[in-house]
Design a protein around this ligand. Structure first.
Ligand code: NAD
Length: 538
């Protein structure tokens, strides 16, 4: 472990090459499949270990533990973790505050080098990280690979973005003056991620914070602390000084809420449900005794995402896109399609074809790369099954409709399609976060757009149509943060599709985009009358 400001990673060779997305792995290639199987064997042998909480340079054990289990086999323990409570808030924030005093004085090149080194290490250990996700949250190989590729993308992208931000210029230089704009760090961040992109979102928010000079208390989700622990090890290996990121698994409602409320917390980077996001918003808004700033919150929350299928759509593409976006990773993506809004002229044929396509989806063991694995935990399973029962009353069951018992003893649910759902029905409005798709009939394209916009959310959406006029109407009127035409509404790529939602889907922070790091900094303008002091060397 490195001590304060001993940054031991190699220095950056500048300029960095232009950013390129990490390629996704083709598992039909025999060598890739072999590598993945070998990684699964390696990780399987490491399951069940206990991990320390790390605050500053201290390794901490708590009496209470968090057990992370494999959702495909709930009796299999992935790892045992310490559980931070309210009593750990003070120490964690103090460690991050102390580290901030020196970390904020590092150069942007040093910080970008750290994050770039993280990308290099992760690239070497891609299969291993994917294997951890297969065991801990039930991703199949393809989904797990996409998650680690996105993590590498965030690292590479934010390293470059931090360097770019450091070159910012004021739009005007007054004659006789040196006018400069500096993006300086904010302070201590509470980073609170969800379990569903257990690597990419957790690591993305953390790296955005540290590359801009902030320090972090990282509280991973109860359901995915192992992946966060592995990522934390990579930060250490890359030369991160103690206290820059503090690894603190713990309860959201006690430790998480305590972090948000602490007067020395400068900002909160959160991704998760609407309910928790709004609670954080409220808590962070209340000024605490001794607090010197208005806390900033970056809140990315839930979705109820629609794909519109117009009467002139390429039906094969639409059926495929809807099936993939609704059932990829068991529908547990904030971007997942949970509503297909279909023009009445093609409704019946679309539903028939979708039914045939969904019938081909296999449910089972994620280690064997089945199309659909388990949902994340028992509570999620119960809630999703309840929604399915509500849906059966609200519409016509087309496929699925219950647990997938034949898949094993884990939390497996059949891919479920319910048609003839009214636009304001509960399963058309509430985030289910599971493999449940509502199909809704629209009178025409205008009606479809009105239905698509009728929820409180505004995260992703897609339109399948061959009409330029329809697409242009959707471009202006479909009110979501991430809109796609003639492709599915999941699978945002760093750099190409900056990600974040409108309305109750969050603060639209646009992760993976050119504006993201601004949220982790504050701009300082410095104007100097030239001539009185020697000129700046750089
Ligand atoms: P969640 O809101 O239950 O938990 C998210 C995190 O908040 C966890 O680390 C949890 O421990 C913590 N937490 C819980 N209560 C807290 C409190 N009172 N104070 C502080 N922290 C607290 O969400 P989840 O089940 O982990 O993730 C699924 C949700 O995340 C879905 O709603 C999904 O749509 C959303 N999500 C959104 C995006 C996006 O970019 N908009 C991306 C992924 C997931």
């Amino acid at each position: 472990m490195a001590t304060q400001l001993e940054i031991s990673q190699p220095t950056l060779r500048l300029p960095l090459t232009p950013f390129k997305n990490e390629p996704l792995t083709d598992f039909t290639n025999a060598e890739n499949a072999r590598n993945m199987k070998a990684a699964l064997t390696k990780v399987r042998a490491e399951l069940g270990r206990e991990y320390d909480m790390v605050i500053g340079d201290k390794l901490i054990k708590t009496t209470e533990k968090i057990k992370s289990v494999n959702p495909a086999h709930p009796s299999e323990v992935v790892g045992v973790f310490q559980s931070a409570g309210r009593e750990h808030v003070e120490t964690a924030i103090a460690a991050a505050s102390t580290a901030f005093e020196s970390w904020k004085r590092t150069t942007v090149e040093q910080r970008a080098a750290l994050v770039h080194t993280v990308a290099c290490i992760l690239r070497e250990r891609k299969f291993e990280f994917a294997a951890w996700m297969v065991f801990e949250v039930g991703k199949n190989w393809v989904e797990a690979d996409a998650d680690i590729a996105e993590t590498i993308d965030f690292a590479e992208f934010y390293a470059r973005e931090a360097l770019r931000l450091a070159q910012a210029k004021t739009p005007v230089q007054l004659p006789g003056e040196g006018d400069r704009l500096m993006y300086v760090p904010l302070g201590v961040a509470a980073v609170i991620p969800p379990w569903n992109f257990p690597c990419a979102i957790m690591a993305g928010m953390t790296m955005a914070a540290i590359v801009t000079g902030n320090t972090v208390v990282l509280k991973p989700s109860h359901d995915s602390p192992a992946i966060a622990a592995k990522f934390f090890e990579v930060l250490q290996e890359a030369g991160m000084p103690d206290g820059v990121v503090n690894f603190c698994p713990g309860s959201g409602s006690t430790f998480g809420a305590g972090l948000v409320e602490h007067p020395l917390t400068r900002f909160v980077a959160f991704t998760g449900s609407k309910e928790v996001g709004l609670d954080i918003h409220l808590r962070a808004a209340k000024t605490q005794p001794g607090q010197k700033w208005i806390k900033r919150t970056i809140l990315e929350m839930g979705g109820k995402d629609s794909i519109i299928v117009a009467d002139d759509a390429n039906l094969d593409a639409a059926v495929e896109g809807v099936a993939q976006a609704a059932f990829g990773f068991q529908g547990q993506k904030c971007s997942a399609c949970s509503r297909a809004i279909v023009d009445e002229k093609i409704y019946d044929v679309f539903v028939e074809r979708l039914k045939d396509r969904v019938a081909q989806i296999t449910v089972g063991e994620p280690t064997e790369n089945k199309a659909m694995g388990p949902v994340v935990n028992e509570k999620a399973m119960k809630s999703i099954l309840e929604y399915i029962e509500i849906g059966k009353k609200e519409g016509r069951l087309i496929h699925g409709g219950g647990p997938a018992k034949e898949a094993g003893d884990g939390y497996f649910i059949q891919p479920t399609v319910i048609a003839d759902i009214a636009p304001k029905a509960r399963i058309s409005q509430e985030e289910i976060f599971g493999p449940v798709l509502a199909v809704i009939k629209a009178k025409n394209f205008e009606d479809a757009l009105a239905i698509a916009n009728n929820t409180e959310f505004g995260l992703t959406g897609a339109v399948y149509s061959t009409s330029r006029d329809k697409l242009e109407k959707a471009r202006t009127d479909f009110h979501v943060g991430n809109l796609y035409f003639n492709r599915k509404c999941t699978g945002a790529m760093v750099g190409a599709h900056p990600f974040g939602g409108f309305n109750m889907s969050g603060t639209d922070s646009k992760a993976g985009g050119p504006d993201y790091l601004l949220l982790f900094t504050q701009a300082k303008s410095v104007a100097e009358k030239l001539g009185d002091a020697p000129p700046l060397e750089k």
